[in-house]
Design a protein around this ligand. Sequence first.
Ligand SMILES: Cc1cc2nc3c(=O)[nH]c(=O)nc-3n(C[C@H](O)[C@H](O)[C@H](O)COP(=O)(O)OP(=O)(O)OC[C@H]3O[C@@H](n4cnc5c(N)ncnc54)[C@H](O)[C@@H]3O)c2cc1C
Length: 314
Amino acid sequence: MLAEHSGGTVSDSTRELLGKAAELAGGLGGTAQVAVLGPADLAGQLGGAATVLWMDHPALAGYVPQAYEVALAHLLAERSPRLLLLSNATVGLDLGAALAVLWDAPMAAYATRLAVEDGVPVATCQVLGGKALAEVELPGDRGIATVVAGSFPASPPGTGTAPEVVAVPPPPGLDGVATRLRRVIEPEAGDVDITAADVLVSVGRGIGSKDDIEIVAELADALGAALSASRPVTDNGWLPKTRQVGKSGLKVKPRAYLAFGISGAPEHLEGMRDAELIIACNTDASAPIFDVAHYGTTADLFDLVPALTERLNG
Ligand SMILES: Cc1cc2nc3c(=O)[nH]c(=O)nc-3n(C[C@H](O)[C@H](O)[C@H](O)COP(=O)(O)OP(=O)(O)OC[C@H]3O[C@@H](n4cnc5c(N)ncnc54)[C@H](O)[C@@H]3O)c2cc1C
């Protein structure tokens, strides 16, 4: 598997893959090996893996897809793993298909479950934007799976036996990588992390305008909740992109998710369907959000939201 990291810390998705990689490796009669690209010393955060394959080179100083492709293609040719695990997020989606071609391997994308059955890796994958699932096998001697965030429990940092670190000399191809990372532009600081919120009040296009977001923000305040949104709301600039839930936003798993004026498109559901409690308000009784909601109402949000806020504040 590939360790994704930034600022010297491995990503949550990498910690989610660690335990699963060890389990699958056991089932396949091998060991879990983690590729670490770049200067960071991450071995202490990758307990549970047997080996860290560490490669450093100036082209790997930051994430550059072409450089990562060259480095990983080299490691795959040299090590011939049975299965490569990547996150199904920006990095994994960039690299998975390219490596499947370079390494001539089958790939299962959007995997939410992985197991070894009769010696063969089997992946359960989301298809049609998460409306259906497909179970696929990766027979033969190699395969790639990209795993949806939140599918497996994350290993807490610093747990498990420290892996052996093997320094792998970089291949000459890295000298010819045409793209160099100049700088990383961090998102605006100070905004709320909606993935860490216990309760989310989420607003969709049904709110109609930026000015009316305020009524939902007041309800969120009254509940001590964070405010999140569907994509049209962030696309319109009514809330920052950091508040977007869904396929091209953030995956959230709060204790309670209150959806106001959100239809429940598959791309939105992908980001919130694992919330413990979902409450939806939508004037259209046939809106698909009601298929995942535990409680729902067809009240008009412009009647319900101020009344709720008043009750909570009163
Ligand atoms: C590749 C791709 C990625 C995407 N990624 C995301 C993503 O990350 N997140 C995301 O959310 N979407 C995403 N989308 C967009 C997604 O397909 C939907 O278009 C979007 O989720 C719809 O947002 P919505 O529910 O707010 O709007 P709509 O579908 O327009 O729904 C608005 C709802 O509000 C209800 N409503 C209207 N007035 C009221 C009222 N007064 N009171 C109560 N209810 C009312 C309506 O009945 C309607 O159901 C993506 C699409 C693609 C193709």
